[in-house]
Design a protein around this ligand. Structure first.
Ligand code: DON
Length: 305
């Protein structure tokens, strides 16, 4: 791959930043600059390459949904997970309540929207809240090869104090018979997993493991069953960018998952990509990050279609 195109593509894509806005519904997220744009590319068997201004750390937010899903599948298997969460895109915003109310049997359409992710998180095994969160954390540490990864307490509290919509979703799920157990405990694990802090390099390495079918190329250890990686990547392409997933699949053609902190995890053939660009479009995806991945896909012919 010709890495010399990364810096020019970043300069070009950065122009989009002023058309977006940094997320503010989680107050703590609004403190970062919207002008940043950075990328790390990690090809299987090679060293990662970084360009632009990767913020040292940012919270995973919805990117964590991919890893919670993988761990829930490992813990419970497909049948149990998909009994409560569907496999279809919604065309709605990521935090929409609408379909839970109007489509019988009131089960979330997929694991990438908030309702689906809260349900998936409720499947993570552990004796108590701390143990369940620690299991997600150590899964992410293992995939990224970085055991210094932890969660940002300020971001966690900031979301927990303001999460009226997620609480509404979770209580609706409980009433619909989808969520079992204590709603607040599930939300605590979910908000903490969203507040886990990673770098572009961490994201790119996790993406590289997914690109490699769940196997760590350095140790040859199969960290995730191949079938579950296939499921996660399929959800990323169909639902990972929410109601912009179709357009992103046409333009960039690679599985990706965004988060409201402006991070994007992308999985191209034989490589993982981590992007950070905190200015978001109206659908909650990094505006310059989407542009950068689209241009990179054109230049390197990454589309899987
Ligand atoms: O639950 C929330 O609203 C956030 N913790 C995560 C949402 C998110 O990242 C949506 N992505 N673009």
């Amino acid at each position: 791959m010709d890495y010399s195109i990364l810096e020019p593509l970043i300069r070009e894509s950065r122009n989009q930043c002023n058309e977006g806005k940094v997320a503010s519904y989680i107050p703590e997220l609004s403190k970062v600059s919207g002008d940043l744009l950075g990328i790390t590319v990690h090809e299987v068997g090679k060293d990662p390459v970084t360009a632009g201004e990767c913020m040292p750390k940012f919270t995973l937010q919805s990117i964590s949904k991919v890893f919670a899903l993988l761990l829930a599948l490992i813990d419970r298997g497909e049948q149990q997970v998909f009994e409560k969460v569907g496999m279809e895109p919604t065309g709605d915003m990521y935090n929409s309540l609408m379909k839970l109310e109007i489509v019988t049997p009131g089960k979330p359409f997929n694991p990438m929207i908030n309702a689906g992710a809260i349900t998936v998180t409720s499947f993570i095994e552990g004796d108590n809240v701390n143990e369940r969160f620690e299991r997600i954390l150590s899964f992410i540490q293992k995939l990224s090869g970085d055991d210094s990864i932890y969660y940002n307490e300020k971001v966690y509290h900031s979301e927990n104090h303001t999460a009226h919509r997620n609480r509404a979703l979770a209580h609706l799920l409980k009433d619909n018979g989808i969520l079992e157990g204590d709603v607040e405990e599930h939300l605590e694990v979910y908000f903490k997993q969203c507040a886990i802090e990673t770098s572009c390099t961490n994201l790119a390495r996790m993406g590289m493991i997914l690109a490699n079918g769940g196997k760590d190329p350095e140790t040859s250890e199969q960290l995730i069953p191949k079938r579950y990686v296939q499921i996660a990547k399929t959800f990323m392409i169909t639902c990972g960018m929410y109601n912009a997933s179709g357009e992103f699949a046409i333009e960039a053609g690679i599985p990706a998952k965004s988060g409201v902190s402006g991070g994007i995890l992308a999985v191209a053939p034989n490589m993982g990509i981590g992007v950070i660009g905190p200015a978001l479009d109206r659908k909650g995806n990094s505006i310059a990050g989407i542009r950068l991945l689209t241009r990179l896909s054109e230049e390197w012919d990454l589309t899987i279609f």
